[in-house]
Design a protein around this ligand. Structure first.
Ligand code: MF3
Ligand code: CO
Length: 259
């Protein structure tokens, strides 16, 4: 069953997602060679709690941390650890918050120092594909239109789309119906309606699309160990254009100052 949200509920979801966005902005300030993903996790947890939020992933199905930090060939659900990030790595930082009874969920893949041009291009394409998907997230379109937009954008550029992991509805629960695949057929799937709130999260690989799960029971990585990128926004379906409830504004302000 799909829970449609009222305008008031959407404003609460915007607050949760704003705290996620600000948390990712704090992470942007400190991602650099030598820092560990566990240090990033501590900063995020402290920042969220200082702003009256609860880390949204912590203890979810037993998940042990605040962030999912997925490095290089890791696709999603990487568990923060004590290994320092190295120059040339990329790290997807996925953050969830529970605030006023509603969840926020957003992810950004950061460059650690200087990254190879082919990897930078993968990041640019994955982020652009997220916005292509979001363009389709309006009342009257269908779920398959979102997936088609993401998939065609990425595959035209030679990248592959992870199939087994998908986006999701979000609200009082982190994961609600419907599932939001990053592949699909135009005109297929359920009709999008005002009040649906979706987390759209393309996971795009430089190599083959196949993935495996590590023995830790969480980390998903590419089978061929090729690099993978991940960006996520939470959006509300409206009549003319999607209302993006999360934001990369705080991250991108920091990154612009650094470049
Ligand atoms: N954005 C990720 C997802 O929706 C967050 C996973 S949270 C975890 O799958 F707790 F399951 F890791
Ligand atoms: Co998500």
């Amino acid at each position: 069953m799909i829970y449609l949200k009222t305008d008031e509920e959407i404003e609460l979801l915007r607050e949760s997602n704003l705290l996620v966005a600000r948390t990712l902005g704090e992470i942007a300030k400190i991602v650099k060679p030598g820092i560990t993903t566990l240090e990033l996790d501590k900063v995020a947890e402290t920042f969220i709690r200082d702003h009256k939020g609860i880390p949204g992933f912590l203890n979810y199905n037993g998940y042990p941390n605040t962030l999912c930090t997925s490095v290089n060939e890791q696709v999603v659900h990487g568990i923060p650890n004590g290994v320092p990030l190295k120059e040339g790595d990329i790290v997807s930082v996925d953050c969830g918050v529970l605030l006023n009874g509603f969840f926020g969920d957003s992810a950004y893949t950061f460059e650690v120092g200087i990254v190879k041009p082919e990897i930078k291009a993968l990041l640019d394409a994955t982020k652009a594909s997220l916005y292509e998907g979001i363009k389709m997230a309006v009342e009257g379109q269908r779920l398959g239109d979102i997936g088609f937009a993401v998939q065609s954008y990425c595959e035209e550029r030679g990248y592959s789309v992870v199939r087994e992991m998908v986006g999701h509805g979000i609200g009082r629960n982190l994961h609600e119906s419907p599932e939001v695949p990053n592949y699909g057929k135009r005109g297929y799937g359920i009709k999008l309606r005002q009040g649906m709130v979706l987390a759209i999260e393309p996971m795009i690989n430089l190599g083959k699309r196949q993935i495996v799960q590590e023995k830790d029971g969480w980390t998903i990585r590419t089978s061929d160990r090729s690099v993978s990128a991940h960006f996520e926004h939470t959006v509300a379906i409206r009549k003319n254009e999607a209302d993006i409830l999360s934001s990369f504004k705080f991250v991108e302000e920091v990154l612009t100052l650094q470049s």
